[in-house]
Design a protein around this ligand. Structure first.
Ligand code: 5CA
Length: 441
């Protein structure tokens, strides 16, 4: 992509309404544009990152054997009256009447909708466990939308739902998602700590939040530092392994956010020097609630003994749009964003420093065309001065940069810059291919 042709409305100044660094950087780098409080449009750069995160989340759900579906954003109120949550959900739910005066709502979550799909279509224990997910926009009329996409009113969530014949099997499914979540966050370049959690309006008695450490997070977290090393080999775990014992190992460490924190127990089981206390961002949340919805909504199947059984359920959320902000919170410096490879909007940025020089431009164009065939590249071919070009490229955070100036003509060399380490090296034009291969571009 040529920058002259790309919609990248970067801002020089930090917008005054943004309180935290990820919100500032997302606005400054032209990733999002506010529509109204807590509601954003996604511009090309932001949308690219959102899609990359979405695809990693999708891939890991598919690998765990979860079926992708797509449910609507607008739901009938009747389903929520059946489960008893229509009144309970209160002002956070956006309620709408259609032209026939039927009560509808913009979905804040989908337990009711999915239970309805399940009870209409699944009749036998033979089809269980059944695991389903979708990636869809949600609306919650948050009292205090803030921090940009971190606490939005409209936000993109991956929500999955599971149906099992009994509690034991349902807990195995819960553990499967637990592992799937650790794999997903690791692939996104994040260290997410699972923490026992309260269940709030979703309900149930077993629940874990997945929280990444960040000093701008909304949750206070307390944990045993050893848990951070436990997840190192998570990508090697297969779904055929004994998942329950792996999950038990994680659960054996102390880790809790403020609402569940028990200081006496923390002091009792964690050595003083291993006690960690910081702020964190919740990027995922899993719930096991047994028959809460299946009971009230009569989601039953015939068991092997020919008797009707109420199915056991869980639900599993990942905040996809929140993750864009969360990743920036954990990966930036004073010049801007530093994208982890897996979610970077482009693998490489090329800067033509001398757009008015025909010889330099001809080399820069050639390099761009060669790489652009194989990899995602953003080519800064605009007529700005060098300072503007450097700071813009640093701000948007592409992991690798190639800077092409007059030395390309006089000496046949260009400069390579690693955005994260800020190290630069001159490189012969004929060696560029090799270097980029090493950088995985
Ligand atoms: N039905 C369950 C699981 S599918 C559920 O809704 N869980 S949740 O309420 O915990 O939300 C799941 C995830 O969505 C959260 O972990 C968080 O990452 C994200 N999320 C929740 N509220 C918001 C919000 N207002 N803005 C951005 N992301 C949010």
């Amino acid at each position: 992509m040529k920058l002259s042709n790309y919609f990248l409305p970067v801002l020089k100044e930090s917008p005054s309404e943004a309180e935290i660094v990820s919100h500032k950087l997302m606005l400054r780098s032209g990733m999002i544009s506010q529509s109204s409080s807590g509601i954003y449009s996604w511009l090309p750069l932001g949308l690219k990152v959102l899609k990359k995160i979405e695809n990693i989340v999708r891939d890991e759900q598919n690998k765990a054997g979860v079926n992708e579906i797509l449910m609507p954003t607008i739901q009938p109120a009747d389903l929520w009256k059946e489960s008893g949550r229509y009144e309970d959900y209160g002002k956070e739910m956006l309620r709408i009447n259609d032209r026939q005066e039927r009560e509808m709502l913009y979905g804040p979550t989908n337990e009711e909708q999915i239970t309805d799909i399940f009870r209409r279509n699944v009749k036998s224990y033979k089809e269980l466990p059944m695991l389903l997910y979708h990636i869809q926009w949600k609306f919650r009329d948050e009292l205090r939308p803030r921090f940009g996409v971190m606490r939005g009113r409209e936000f993109l969530m991956k929500d999955a739902y599971s149906f099992d014949i009994n509690a034991a099997s349902s807990e195995d499914t819960y553990n499967r998602f637990f592992i799937c979540y650790l794999k997903t966050f690791a692939r996104l370049g994040l260290k997410a700590i699972p923490m026992a959690a309260d269940t709030g309006p979703i309900g149930g008695d077993l629940s874990h939040e997945f929280i990444i450490i960040s000093n701008t997070g909304e949750s206070d977290i307390y944990f045993d530092n050893n848990i951070l090393n436990e997840g190192n080999k998570i990508s090697d775990i297969s779904y055929d392994d004994d998942l329950n014992s792996i999950v038990e190992k994680f659960k054996s460490y102390y880790s809790a956010s403020d609402e569940k924190h028990d200081k006496a127990r923390f002091d009792e089981i964690v050595q003083k020097e291993k006690q960690m206390n910081s702020k964190g961002i919740e990027v995922g949340h899993i719930f096991h609630f047994g028959t809460k919805y299946s009971n009230s909504m009569k989601a039953n199947v015939l068991d092997s003994d020919g008797k009707e059984k109420t199915v056991h359920m869980g639900s599993y959320g990942i905040g996809i749009s929140r993750l864009v902000g969360a990743i920036i919170e954990s990966s930036h410096d004073e010049s801007g964003i530093i994208w982890p490879d897996a979610v970077s909007p482009f693998r490489l940025g090329i800067i033509n420093l001398k757009t008015k020089d025909d010889e330099v431009s001809s080399i820069a164009n050639k390099v761009y065309n060669q790489i652009n065939d194989k990899s995602e590249v953003l080519f800064d071919d605009k007529n700005d001065n060098a300072g503007v070009k450097f700071s813009r490229m640093d701000l948007i955070g592409l992991p690798n940069q190639i800077i092409i100036g007059s030395k390309a003509v006089s000496e046949g060399i260009v400069e390579y810059k690693n955005r994260k380490s800020r190290e630069t090296e001159f490189i012969n034009l004929d060696k560029l291919g090799e270097l980029l291969k090493e950088m995985n571009v």
